[in-house]
Ligand binder design. Sequence first.
Ligand code: IVH
Length: 683
Amino acid sequence: MTPLERITELREQLHKHNYNYYVKHSPEISDFEFDKLLKELQDLEQQHPEYFDPTSPTQRVGSDLDTNFTQEVHEYPMLSLANSYSMEDLREFDTKIRRIIGDKDFSYTCELKYDGVSISLKYVDGKLTRALTRGDGIQGDNITNNAKTIGTIPLQLHGNYPQELEIRGEVVMPRAGFNALNEERIEQGDQAFANPRNAASGSLKLQSSKEVARRPLQANMYYIPSETQAGSHFENLSLARSWGFNVPELSERCKTIDDVYAFIEKWDTKRKDLPFDTDGIVIKVDSIALQNELGMTAKTPRWAIAFKFKAEQARTKLLSVDFQVGRQGTITPVANLEPVLLAGTVIKRASLYNADQMQVLGIRINDYVYIEKGGEIIPKVVSIDTEARDENSQPLHFITHCPECGAELIRMEDEANYYCPNSKNCPPQIKGKIEHFVGREAMDIALAGATIEQLFNAGLLKNAADFYSLTYNDVIRLDRFAEKSAKNLIESIQKSKTIPFHKVLYAIGIRHIGKTSAKTLAKKFHSMEAIQNATLEELQETEDIGETIALSIQQFFSDNDNILFIKKLQENGVQLATKENTEASSSTLAGKTFVISGTFQKHSRDEMKDLIESNGGKNVSSVSKSTSYLLAGEGIGPSKLEKAQTFGIQIISENEFYEMIGNSEAQEKTADTSIQNQQLSLF
Ligand code: IVH
């Protein structure tokens, strides 16, 4: 057997085993045997790069090298659906349909509305060629490399598939995988995802497909916009199944709207037993010919509608109320509840928002309350079963003093929250500020919330600047620390000294300064010292910096403890100024606006944007008549290109851009034969 024959054979076998494992849930070989075959294929492909195939099963493992996504136009626009909430809404939908199609016989296909992120897959000759997110419905992000890592997405179709196929579905994260992922994240000190939908969408947009491969994602397919040999949607779903897609066998054909409603009622309860979240039912006219006849309104098809389930609620008893103190001193009342099952998880605590909401609810201890899951991690108390109230119960009053440090609470006029003004000595405020300081988007020091607590309790951390005095010997003495973890922490702290200034500015936690305003301020003032010395007017002259932020900055620097804190950071070599070479300002591009698209050889897209801005130019996201240049990278979005041509806007390559700003070092590293140059020569 030639190497090519063996490669082909292995690819076919592995595609089949993947399908058996992920879609049919009935593997025919052990994981060990699978890995052995995969390893053999990987070795052969490495020895014979000439047989590279982007849809080979080896491509599922992902890579660290992925960069920003390019935007591409959908072949068929990705529409959304009109919503309905009641039987009345459904009857109205049915009447409208019958008005258009007359007394022709037809049926509906009812299926579950999967709660995840939509995806559109394109196959040519049975091979996956492209995966796009919904985006704005007209164009989406090309996430092909990430999609390839999802086991339920076939890389190679089987059976009698069409030569070209576009198929849509929803990428979901089943609840079990979601819970495990969140546990792991909390353990590692990362923020937990609020719900499986957010986890799925965050995962699909990760920059490293290798990381995506570790996320427990699943694709449920629900619609084929391209042509097939079938005459109905229901048959299309069966065909998709036969080609190797994961199409849950939960759809049913219904003749009347009463049958549709019976399907809805059945699934409103049964959906709790499914391994993934659903948020409704989708009802579709089954016949493709009738779908075409019905057509669409501005945004949604006339032949389909979504029925949204009411958010699930649970009733339970309020045992007590805790008052939590946040990083900025805000007091949040949290209800402790008799444990109750809600949407697959046992709930013991729920938010009561703030003092206003507590008053509106008029809540009392021992009340029976209804709770609901919103978009946040912690559910909320939405109402009270007042009929079940104990007559002798007493109204609950909001606290007047901080439960952590005893300071008298303050409430600003027009604000719904109380807060503790003792920001320097109130433990949860100090710990909260430290937690913010170490965050991924801030100093990126790898440690969990529990470790901060431990360091704080041991007296080793009074504020975040104390990290830089910590030694290996301090840390190794603590419980739960071993040689490796202690070494890692110290290394991570050392590494944080290279974090760029704008992130440090964000990390120090000046009230009202977010990531974006920190970046803007760093760009304008270049150093902590300059920001500290700036007048109120100078601060307010900065783009997007208003009076509130400007005052907050001045207040921060008027406090001597904060000055000492900054001084300690400086003494330890933390970046308190922008680096000359990367952020030096020039006005070469003053007055010029740029749209950038695609990926670049020398810099990431964000770095390119920074280069534009540090040379006085401006970035805008879409091409218009007033755009000066379209900076074209590899895989440039076709719609941007088309628009630029229509408006006669100059399209420049990466190299031409470096020439413009006089950056010869970057220029040398960019090969002349790059794809973007080849593409540009077409115009
Ligand atoms: S059909 C033209 N079917 O719901 C028809 N959509 O609110 C296109 N969704 O963007 C959609 N499950 O992301 C369809 N069984 C299902 C679905 C479904 C979930 C999502 C989809 C769409 C959104 C519309």
